[in-house]
Design a protein around this ligand. Structure first.
Ligand code: CAP
Ligand code: MG
Length: 433
């Protein structure tokens, strides 16, 4: 009799009841035309856990029990349960090397997308989550409620540190809470990190004295890990409470390292997601933005860009709202084919950031969509493109938020608020593409 060549169907068990301690992942998949549904889901569960392409003489019953089980599947979606023992606690790269590793390259599937994974409390407990998260509104800025406001000086790179600091001062004194660096500004020859920090700290103090408000900055520390640590310490010495990092280009391991430092220094992390769309955008392949958001909250970013629905960058309303809840709420329920249930235990809520193509004319619609004040509204071009300059752009943004909160139509409110009036004359309610 021929010996069995492979054991993919051992990874399928429709009767398996996932344990509370299992990690349960949900994938969309499209099998190669030559591969059956069962063969595809068996391979997904196998290659992401203990299996390989053939049977093994080294397999014993203990290891066999550690295998993942595809316990529920349709022609397009599969739920896979992974025993906790497969995972090293506190190690996000290791998790991704399993549930988001080789399986993406398997010939047996032409498309594969990791939509979400429920992480059990025993797994969650090994992580810090955000240091301040949404509590930053009260704890750092001493405000009763949000939204917080931020602005990224534009042009996105090219300004000297002096120009940058002046624009920051104009925005702060116009009423904006935080200045944000752009994702591709770090420490270039024309705007060195140290110089920018020094000048911004001086202007921040000046703006705080003049306005009586607390001001901060999301200054981009993105670099090699040890250099990031050095930059974060420098920000701390200059009394900034936040730092910004490009979390995807920097990588999960580096992010975990600097999260430890942010805890020691009691600082908050503003997470920019540049490059996420290279693997989150195509709906049938890659990793969902929602699952990326879950990992980032778990590691402990305090603010995370999740999109605007109405701005210049791609992002579906349903997913953005599902992410908003995932970031802010202590637990969330399943949304079919989009989100799995998740209980966050003691992990604090991360503040969502709405950014990309916003201007004052879009703020009421944005706030209506988000339907929360636990939010950072980030406006770049929509402030620095104001006909009367940055300070007027900042004022117009704040006025648009005030109008929404007071329930007054923007056009009506603009009659007695010149900065808003001029912003509306330029942009009306246009939605940039
Ligand atoms: C916004 C922004 C942000 C994007 C990122 C930019 O500027 O600074 O990087 O919002 O997108 O450079 O485009 P504007 P997301 O306000 O001038 O558009 O938050 O969706 O990841
Ligand atoms: Mg940017």
């Amino acid at each position: 009799m021929n010996e069995k060549l492979e054991w993919y169907h051992d990874f399928i068990d429709r009767n398996y009841q996932p344990k509370n301690s299992d990690i349960v992942a949900l994938f969309y998949f499209k099998p190669h035309p030559s591969v059956s549904i069962e063969d595809a889901v068996g391979r997904i569960a196998s290659e992401s856990s203990v299996g390989t392409w053939t049977t093994l003489s080294t397999l014993d019953s203990r290891i066999y029990e550690m295998r993942a089980r595809a316990f529920k599947f349709t022609k397009t979606h599969v739920y896979v349960a992974y025993p906790l023992i497969l995972w090293e606690l506190g190690n996000i790269p290791q998790l991704l090397s399993g549930i988001a590793g080789n399986i993406f390259g398997m010939k047996a599937v032409t498309d594969l997308r990791l939509l979400d994974a429920t992480l059990p409390l025993e797994y969650i407990q090994a992580f810090k989550g955000p240091e301040f998260g949404k509590d930053a509104i009260q704890k750092i800025f001493k405000k009763k409620e949000g939204p917080l406001t931020a602005t990224v000086p534009k042009p996105k790179i090219g300004m000297t540190a002096e120009q940058h600091a002046q624009v920051a001062y104009d925005a702060w004194t116009g009423g904006i809470d935080c200045i944000k660096d752009d994702e591709n500004l770090t420490s270039q020859s024309f705007n060195k990190f140290e110089k920018r920090v020094e000048l911004l700290a001086k202007k921040r103090d000046q703006a705080e004295n003049e306005t009586g408000e607390i001001k901060d900055a999301f200054i981009n520390v993105t670099a090699e890990t040890h250099e990031m640590e050095r930059r974060i310490k420098l920000l701390h010495e200059h009394q900034f409470k936040y730092f910004m990092v490009d979390v995807v280009t920097t990588g999960f391991a580096a992010l975990q390292s600097i999260r430890t430092l942010s805890h020691d220094l009691k600082m908050a992390i503003h997470a920019h997601r540049a490059m996420h769309a290279s693997f989150t955008r195509k709906p049938t392949h890659g990793i969902s933005m929602l699952f990326l958001a879950k990992l980032l909250k778990l590691i402990g970013v305090d603010n995370l860009h999740i999109g605007t629905v109405i701005g210049k960058l791609e992002g579906k309303k349903k997913e953005i709202l599902a992410m908003k809840e995932l970031l802010l709420n202590p637990s969330v329920q399943e949304i079919p084919e989009l989100r799995l249930p998740q209980d966050w235990g003691n992990i604090k809520g991360t503040l969502p950031v709405a950014s990309g193509g916003l201007h004052p004319g879009l703020i009421p619609e944005l706030l209506q969509i988000y339907n929360t004040t636990d939010l950072v509204i980030q406006v770049g071009g929509g402030i620095h493109g104001h006909p009367d300059g940055t300070k007027a752009g900042a004022m117009a943004t704040v006025q648009a938020i005030e109008a929404y909160k007071e329930g007054i139509d923007l056009i009506e409110y603009a009659k007695s608020h010149t900065a808003l009036q001029k912003a509306l004359e330029k942009w009306h309610h246009i939605k940039p593409v």
